[in-house]
Design a protein around this ligand. Sequence first.
Ligand code: SAM
Length: 303
Amino acid sequence: GGGVASDLPEGFPSVIPGWFSEISPMWPGEAHSLKVENILFQGKSDYQKVIVFQSSTYGKVLVLDGVIQLTERDECSYQEMITHLPLCSIPNPKKVLVIGGGDGGVLREVSRHSSVEKIDICEIDKMVVDVSKQFFPSVAIGFDDPRVTLHIGDGVAFLKAVPEGTYDAVIVDSSDPIGPAQELFEKPFFESVARALRPGGVVCTQAESIWLHMHIIEGIVANCSQVFKGSINYAWTTVPTYPSGVIGFMLCATEGPAVDFKNPVNPIEGRVGDKGELKFYNSEIHSAAFCLPSFARKLIPAK
Ligand code: SAM
């Protein structure tokens, strides 16, 4: 036999009964799998299919439209990096907007910053918020902060209505660009973000995997270099349960006081508040996150 699927020998591990497998055209030819202990929730909102299951080794898992959004075991890496990379790069962030992020994890991280006075969040899908509050209390704890205002709606529309120069930082914690998040990767959206930021304000947006999505990243970089007149850098981190095990972030600043993303001016570590200690982020990993492998550095110019 030539090794095609139908020829696989008996006993060869292929589709595993009792395991969740993440299959998507965004990562053709591969499927990361987790062993399922039991299914805790299955629902369909106006926007997507929502699943929560208990895994054997990663705690509870939140899945939207077949794609893992977070697991209890490794969410710290994503939430801490997408939040502290932008907020530790500017002095005294006061007003912060989160787009997406309905699980509340980014809010939990933003609320560690004592300089922050106001946190708005615009999540399109109320079911994500409700499910997170029910099954992921240590993540949804972010909603309990009195500085937080939750808006249920489309982040694109929300940003269009924001008065110019409102926010010090915008964090776009979106799902993949197939489905309700598609517009969050397009140029008009980045233009609204730039308008909503004060001069020298910063945005950090979920920017996919250097192993799988170089074409998407190149598109984001091209859009952002046209829109943002300050610095533009790509950073990345490891998240074992995301496809290819890594996820990246696009960090941009508007014209104004210069922002040097690679050298944090507003360190957060050591401040143990009511959210407990940071598990992943520190100032060294902040700077290291901007070092790119050669194949990616060639395609992602920084400015
Ligand atoms: N925090 C997660 C993690 O650790 O990977 C990231 C995923 S977060 C749950 C992505 C959220 O973006 C989802 O809840 C989804 O409903 C929301 N979303 C997608 N499109 C949106 C839009 N156009 N406006 C606002 N929120 C959107």
